[in-house]
Design a protein around this ligand. Structure first.
Ligand code: F6P
Length: 387
């Protein structure tokens, strides 16, 4: 996120704006005072390589209340701030949109309470907002990647590679739990990147009877000479009935059915820390620049937008449409419409899932096709290999 902060500050200064940090997220906006601090070019030096966010972040209950937003509006008007760049997940971005919608009403209330001059309503008549999605879960519809996901993925893969040393030497099975309370992206792409034997994600729970299938798969790989097994479980993994599948359940199953020496590793907040990847730094820098451009072009009548990555291009999409679609994924999962949930996550999620399945599950000889025709790749019909 620091790369995004840096980009917004520097691009803002470049276009002649005054730029402010709001420390500690919405809490800082509600509390005001020293939390709102003018930024300079130098104040964002040497932060690209630092993880997290140097301006702080906080979950803020107060901003969810009208009173909290009134205080926040007051603090912004005191500094003459009418443009906001918000980096967060769908909750933070929805909050920003509500704040924007309420803005003129909030200013009128502040005038009524004698907290601001009457002419401020006219002077600061509209609040412009732009969103950037910061979430390691890559759980926001409309963007191919969210800020932080790639760094988290790197961390996970480092850990899996390290764990494989023990797994290989001791012929063990490792069950690795990765973050993703509601989204299986990290679990899925980690499984793809490290060649895991099995992956469990909330969007596509395994068919009933998965326990036997998984054990058969693990046992088949061992009988072919593999010395280890890796199973990746998303924090929010569930079965077809919505019952959580925890890493502990998976471990007990492997031990009970196969007697394999099995360990669980829960990666936890390790995934959210450390040095950001080059991809994340570049992504956030580009998004920050685009966010400032978006603010410059916003009018009171333009719907709030979120800066997204589409096919390696920064694009602006209507914020609330993306939020609604993101929430639709959860509704689809809650309603056990799993195919729909995968579709709603987007094409690249679908492709990752398809690719994982293709590469992780060996077909029995009897099911292999007799290849006499050119083979077409399922996801790219324009590419073909000849037999
Ligand atoms: O950002 C979302 C997330 O990464 C989830 O996948 C995870 O469950 C959660 O954050 C953990 O958040 P907290 O730090 O509040 O425990």
């Amino acid at each position: 996120m620091n790369a995004a902060v840096r980009a917004v500050v520097r691009m803002g200064l470049y276009v002649g704006a005054k730029v402010y940090f709001i420390h500690e997220g919405y809490q800082g906006m509600v509390d005001g005072g020293e939390n709102i601090e003018e930024a300079s070019w130098e104040s964002v030096s040497s932060m690209l390589q630092v993880g997290g966010t140097v301006i702080g972040s906080a979950r803020c209950k107060e901003f969810r209340s009208h009173e909290g937003r009134l205080k926040a509006a007051h603090n912004l008007v005191l500094q003459g701030i009418t443009n906001l760049c918000v980096i967060g997940g769908d909750g933070s971005l929805t909050g920003a949109n509500l704040f924007r919608e309420e803005w003129s009403g909030l200013l009128t209330e502040l005038v009524d309470q004698g907290l601001i001059e009457a002419d401020a309503v006219q002077k600061y008549s509209a609040l412009h907002i732009v969103g950037m999605v910061g979430s390691i879960d890559n759980d926001f519809c409309g963007t191919d990647m969210t800020i932080g996901t790639d760094s988290a993925l790197h961390r996970i893969i480092e850990v899996v590679d390290a764990i494989m040393t023990t797994a290989q030497s001791h012929q063990r099975t490792f069950v690795l739990e990765v973050m993703g309370r509601h989204c299986g992206y990290l679990a899925l792409v980690s499984a793809l990147a490290c060649g895991a034997d099995w992956v469990l994600i909330p969007e596509m729970p395994p068919e009933d009877g998965w326990e036997d299938k998984m054990c058969q798969k693990l046992s088949a790989t061992r009988s072919r000479g593999t010395r280890l097994n890796i199973i990746i479980v998303a924090e929010g993994a569930i079965d077809r009935h919505g019952t959580p599948i925890t890493s502990g359940i998976v471990k007990d199953l492997v031990v009970k059915c196969l007697g394999f020496d099995t360990r669980v590793t829960i990666l936890g907040h390790v995934q959210r820390g450390g040095t950001p990847s080059a991809f994340d730094r570049i992504l956030a820098s580009r998004m920050g620049v685009e966010a400032v451009l978006a603010l410059l072009e916003t009018t009171a009548n333009t719907p709030a937008c979120v800066v997204s990555l589409r096919g390696n291009q920064s694009v602006r999409l209507p914020l609330m449409e993306c939020v609604q679609m993101t929430q639709e994924v959860q509704r689809a999962m809650d309603g056990k419409r799993f195919e729909e949930a995968v579709k709603l996550r987007g094409r690249s999620f679908e492709n990752n899932l398809r690719t994982y399945k293709l590469l992780a599950h060996r077909k029995p000889e009897s099911e292999l096709p007799v290849v006499s025709q050119p083979l077409t790749f399922p996801e790219n019909s324009d590419r073909a290999v000849s037999s």
